[in-house]
Design a protein around this ligand. Structure first.
Ligand code: BMA
Length: 333
């Protein structure tokens, strides 16, 4: 492990962890007891996937995508002592909102949770005349205050940075169309107040097919970026359009610390692609879709939570310095 890389964040000795299996040389490896969250953890859940977790108090809290047995896409709050066994509230999350029109619930999916100073910000794909980015904050995971949607429809995969950049809140997003979008680049935006967003900058396009096919059709940011001395480490999903449909894998990239729309390096190979039964079989086969990560700044350990086949939630482990080395060594820029 490269000891010179500095990783910001607190020590997190109680995060979920398993060492790399003997004989494996993979940069990231799966939790041996995957899936960590089954589809039917709630009596009313069809599937629980593409969800967000953060350290909270002595343990962990999260906002989970739970599609119910009407197949309505909803968000639920959950808590865990160890990040593995989750207690998810059977009642859906209801946001408080001063503006009736914005606060009217239509659907919500693919949440991210980002801690900035003393608040936890939730961003999610929010139904408002099509998908756009909903934004809310909480301090206690009980009351959630919904703000204005960040962007016009259509947009998805809104991922905030864990600190202000140039004094502004910052977010990655992926402008799209009404659904199952066949294109998509990652963009960067800033806001002084979480209401007005601007200074939009282009970050990354899909890769050329002959260079890195797993990310050649569309891409989107996943977990909250991690600040390191080598740049912001991000994990992004990428999509390949096969003769049998879309295949979702994920890889990594490093963004400039001061100008995060500038990409320093981007992995050619994927880190995780759908290969296990629970990633290849389910409501949407062949999907590995990361939305959150826990990391221990002291040891460099990281645990990525990813949706599997739009049905269950999996965990994959790695060491941040090794992932950074991999990103640089396989850089396709
Ligand atoms: C994307 C989103 C994700 C989903 C993926 C695969 O467009 O809808 O929620 O995991 O498709 O179905």
């Amino acid at each position: 492990m490269n000891k010179e890389i500095k990783i910001s964040g607190n020590p997190l000795p109680n995060m979920p962890w398993e060492e790399r299996p003997a004989g494996s040389s993979s940069v990231m490896w799966r939790y041996s007891a995957n899936p960590v969250i089954p589809r039917d953890l709630l009596p009313t859940s069809n599937s629980i996937f593409n969800s967000a977790v953060v350290p909270f108090k002595e343990g962990f809290a999260g906002v989970f995508r739970c599609d119910d047995t009407n197949r309505r896409m909803r968000l639920h709050v959950g808590f865990s002592k160890d990040g593995l066994k989750w207690d998810i509230n059977p009642e859906m999350l209801v946001f408080q909102c001063d503006d009736k029109e914005i606060g009217e619930w239509v659907y919500g999916y693919d949440p991210r949770v980002c801690k900035i100073e003393d608040k936890y910000y939730v961003t999610w794909c929010n139904g408002y005349h099509g998908p756009t980015i909903g934004v809310a904050w909480t301090e206690d995971f009980k009351t959630f205050h919904q703000l204005e949607n960040a962007f016009l429809p259509y947009n998805r995969n809104g991922v905030m940075f864990p600190k202000k950049i140039h004094g502004n809140f910052a977010m990655l997003s992926r402008p799209s169309d009404t659904g199952h979008t066949a294109f998509g680049d990652i963009f960067y935006s800033e806001s002084p107040d979480l209401e007005f967003w601007g200074r939009h900058r282009h970050v990354m396009s899909p890769a050329p097919f002959e260079v890195s096919a797993w990310q050649c059709m569309k891409i989107g940011a996943g977990p909250i970026p991690i600040e390191t001395s080598e740049g912001w480490l991000i994990f992004h999903h990428g999509v390949l359009h096969s003769c049998n449909g879309y295949v979702y894998s994920f890889g990594s990239a490093l963004l400039d610390l001061e100008q995060p729309w500038k990409v320093i390096a981007r992995s050619g190979p994927y880190l995780i692609s759908p290969q296990k039964d629970y990633e290849c079989m389910g409501d949407v086969p062949n999907v590995a879709f990361p939305c959150a990560a826990l990391h221990d700044a002291h040891t460099g350990r990281i645990a990525v939570y990813y949706g599997c086949a739009d049905t269950v939630t999996g965990l994959a482990f790695g060491y941040i310095p090794e992932i950074i080395d991999f990103t640089k060594k396989t850089n396709i820029l």
